[in-house]
Design a protein around this ligand. Structure first.
Ligand SMILES: [Zn+2]
Ligand SMILES: [Zn+2]
Length: 261
């Protein structure tokens, strides 16, 4: 079992230390994990609190280890349609194993928070999120896997927490998936939506479609910000990927490794 998306106290919103997260991974019976702390340059936030300090990152993870558990070191990078140069610069900070590209903002508005929702009805909020995602996957080359494609569903201020459905946005979703395939990028099945909005982010039909279109790379992530969520629903997600792909991926030095399920 694998968990390729988690945040420790290195991230501005992570609640538990790397050691505590590692112990939780061992207790959950995981074989391999990857820390993916946030680098998100939000211009509306006064200081760059959503960008970890590289010194903190290196200090927190140096020498971290546990018997029987492989630990990789990555980043969850906030993609915007115009931040390619900043992204390339940030990737020079160290040799990351894995780079998750995530869309947390639309037009510089954080989709997790109230202002985004007070200006749009739900269908518009979802559609604009997908349009921004498409613009980002077209603009960027430097990520490995697209994080939580339907993240918008779990936004804290989303009044419905309704899952974004493939059938409602077929055309634009297909364009996003085709672009990922064309660039050789992967998708994530993010398990953090199961408790919060009743399904994976995205749901398995998106992954099945990605596979149909020629997609090959797929990872599992809990998006844990606390130790008790490490590896949550990883076993169930493995079963889903076993059925669709027959394997799951991990990364080392930005290269995918395929594990038969
Ligand atoms: Zn995220
Ligand atoms: Zn995350």
């Amino acid at each position: 079992m694998f968990d390729y998306h988690m945040h420790s106290t290195v991230s501005f919103d992570g609640k538990d230390t790397p050691e505590k997260m590692v112990q939780a991974a061992v207790n959950a019976g995981l074989k391999e994990i990857c820390f993916t702390d946030h680098i998100d340059h939000e211009i509306n936030v006064e200081k760059e609190i959503m960008v970890f300090d590289q010194k903190d990152y290196d200090a927190a993870y140096t020498g971290l280890g546990a018997e029987g558990l492989k630990i990789r070191f990555g980043v969850e990078y906030g993609l915007k349609p115009g931040n390619q140069a900043q992204f390339r610069e940030d990737l020079k900070r160290r040799d990351f194993d894995f780079v998750l590209g995530s869309i947390h903002m639309v037009n510089e508005m954080d989709v997790y928070l109230e202002p985004y929702w007070s200006q749009r009805d739900i269908p518009t909020a979802y559609r604009e999120y997908l349009e921004e995602t498409y613009a980002c996957v077209r603009a960027h080359e430097d990520f490995d896997v697209l994080g939580h494609l339907t993240f918008i569903s779990k936004g804290r201020a989303n009044p419905t927490k309704e899952l974004l459905r493939y059938g409602d946005h077929r055309e634009i979703v297909d364009e996003i998936l085709k672009e990922l395939v064309r660039k050789g990028k992967g998708m994530e099945i993010n398990t953090s939506g199961v408790d919060r909005c009743g399904g994976y982010l995205p749901t398995p039909d998106f992954l099945r479609r990605f596979r149909e279109l020629g997609g090959e790379i797929v990872t599992i992530g809990s998006d844990a910000h606390t130790f008790d969520r490490v590896g949550q629903y990883s076993r169930e997600a493995c079963e889903i990927l076993k059925d669709i792909f027959g394997y799951v991926c991990t990364f080392e030095g930005r290269k995918p490794i395929f594990h038969k399920l």
